[in-house]
Design a protein around this ligand. Structure first.
Ligand code: IMP
Ligand code: MG
Length: 176
């Protein structure tokens, strides 16, 4: 398979948006006990940049959930394969993901995390594929709205490739 990449958001555009989101989060959570929970693997790059732009003390943890596997279409199943390692009871939890598509993953994670008794539970995503939303997910912070296209880069993969691209691009596959 060969693929062409059309850049949707370049490094500078992403950095500006991340700084803007971090400024809002820093102000909204001032004086609170904020835990950033990155959704692996996709959120690793975004979380690393976002956390470094947040100016208040934070705790960082990760959860792993998968809904897509090696395909570009949803399997409709979500598995939680790694849970957080710290106790989030009474903490202000912010789930961090790079892209929300149908919303199934985040909505499932909301259910799971509510049971852990956090003081508050919200989500931040960089990319919002709003036109594909099927599950009700309250997004406290969303960076960019993206069209119904398959995107990669900045932590987001296609078959585990492209996560290291510093920009976000649309993949045009030549085999379909
Ligand atoms: P959702 O459960 O349908 O919201 O899907 C969430 C997950 O699917 C994301 O965290 C990504 O891992 C993956 N995903 C959704 N859209 C894309 C895309 O355009 N490119 C790559 N992965 C995607
Ligand atoms: Mg994936």
């Amino acid at each position: 398979m060969s693929a062409t990449l059309d850049i949707l958001f370049d490094e500078k555009t992403i950095a500006e948006k991340v700084a803007e989101l971090a400024a809002r989060i820093s102000s909204d959570y001032a004086g609170r006990d904020l835990v950033l929970v990155g959704v692996l693997k996709g959120a690793a790059v975004f979380l690393a940049d976002l956390a470094r732009r947040i100016t208040i003390p934070v705790t960082v943890d990760f959860v792993q959930a998968s809904s897509y596997g090696m395909s570009t279409t949803s399997s409709g199943r979500i598995a939680v394969s790694k849970d957080v390692s710290c106790d989030i009871r009474g903490k202000d939890v912010l789930l961090v993901d790079t892209i929300v598509d149908t919303g199934e993953t985040l909505s499932r994670l909301f259910e799971l995390f509510k049971e852990k008794g956090p003081a508050s539970l919200k989500a931040v995503v960089l990319l919002d594929k709003r036109c594909r939303r099927a599950a009700d997910v309250p997004l406290a912070y969303a960076g960019f709205e993206v069209p119904d296209a398959f995107v990669v880069g900045y932590g987001v993969d296609h078959a585990e490739k492209y996560r290291n691209l510093p920009y976000i691009a649309v993949v045009e596959r030549s085999d379909r």
